[in-house]
Design a protein around this ligand. Structure first.
Ligand SMILES: Cc1cc2nc3c(=O)[nH]c(=O)nc-3n(C[C@H](O)[C@H](O)[C@H](O)COP(=O)(O)O)c2cc1C
Length: 335
């Protein structure tokens, strides 16, 4: 993997960054680092992800696999499998505040157990050649000052973790504050992330949280090694190209060509065992900002499943009605 792979990353997002979305994003941006959704170590070891084999991927490297778990041996076994599947990195989730994560002692609650996180990283490194990275928050509950965060990073980095993705807000792990609220209620604090980079000049520090546009990206890169974007990419996948134009001197891409390529991918991979909306839901955000877009988005997320000839209908929506050309508005949010 190239040294500057982390300059721009798409955040791991459950329900979004599956193999199809990553395929689409890779058509749009050649270099951006992508991440899977979080998968718990148990579901890999006991193959619980029936709906879609969460390990599958194609032509989307560089891509990191995000793992949730707290058992070093189990995580190490998963890492070996992940390596065999040709991923480029194992990313440990130390930021998820969900009830499920808390009851399994993984995600954000591990922020208060740096020694255990270090052991997990060490076990993975002992068995696999893949880089291990950590995605976490600025704090949780009462563990909320920069000194604690520094100690956490110090402890974990001693076991060979050299890249940290920091969602620039803390998480609250109590009843009534669900993951969605935990992404919006508490204020964002970019300064603390910049300060961490100053304290750890030899580590790669990637900033995350509410980053919306190419100018924000350029500004953050003055202080940190990379930028990770989540929701803004779901709301406008072509944002990656806008950033590549500024950052990498890439050309503006032709959206028609990308949509045609993705359409070909759907034709090739759609079959009776999958829903067509598994593919098309990732297109829904491009149908925004014109009269009637709600109706088209309903097709992309739901209605196409009930069409007798869904591919034909999709072709009409994408290429005949030309709707998406008439007024995409990347400021209105889908998620
Ligand atoms: C729908 C959704 C699902 C998410 N799933 C994950 C996940 O599986 N693993 C993770 O580390 N973070 C997850 N996150 C958090 C994002 O990775 C990211 O840290 C957060 O959204 C802040 O970045 P943003 O403001 O650019 O969206 C999720 C966020 C959203 C919106």
């Amino acid at each position: 993997m190239k040294n500057d792979s982390y300059k721009l990353c798409v955040a791991p997002m459950m329900g979004h960054t599956d193999l199809h979305f990553r395929y689409l994003l890779r058509l749009i941006s050649k270099k951006t680092m992508l991440y899977t959704e979080m998968v718990a170590s148990n579901s890999i070891l006991h193959n619980k992800s029936k709906k879609l084999n969460k390990l599958e991927h194609m032509n989307d490297n560089p891509v990191g696999f995000q793992l949730g778990g707290d058992n070093p041996e189990d995580l190490a076994k998963c890492a070996k499998i992940i390596e065999d599947y040709n991923y480029d990195e194992v990313n440990l989730n130390i930021g998820c505040p969900s009830k499920r994560a808390q009851s399994g002692n993984f995600g954000a609650c591990l922020f208060s157990q740096p020694e255990l996180v270090a052991k997990c990283a060490e076990a993975i490194k002992n068995i696999s050649d893949l880089p291990v990275t950590v995605k976490t928050r600025l704090g949780i509950d009462n563990y909320d000052d920069i000194n604690y965060l520094s100690d956490f990073i110090n402890t974990v980095s001693k076991k060979g973790v050299t890249t940290f993705h920091l969602h620039a807000r803390k998480a609250i792990l109590k009843k009534g504050v669900n993951p969605r609220k935990n992404r919006s209620v508490l204020p964002i604090n970019y300064r603390r992330v910049y300060e961490i980079k100053k304290q750890f000049p030899n580590l790669k520090i990637i900033i995350n949280g509410e980053i919306q546009n190419p100018i924000d990206v350029i500004n953050h890169l003055k202080y940190v090694d990379g930028v990770m974007i989540g929701r803004a990419v779901c709301n406008n996948p072509f944002l990656l190209n806008e950033i590549d134009v500024l950052l990498e001197n890439e050309k503006f891409i032709d959206k028609d060509i990308i949509l045609k390529e993705y359409f070909e991918y759907i034709i090739k991979n759609f079959n009776n065992n999958v829903k067509i909306t598994d593919f098309t839901k990732h297109l829904s955000s491009i149908f925004k900002g014109y009269i009637g877009s709600k109706h088209t988005r309903a097709y992309m997320c739901h209605e196409l499943n009930y069409e007798k000839k869904p591919i034909k209908k999709l072709e009409e929506l994408l290429f005949k009605e030309d709707l998406w050309r008439n007024g995409q508005d990347s400021r209105s949010a889908v998620i």
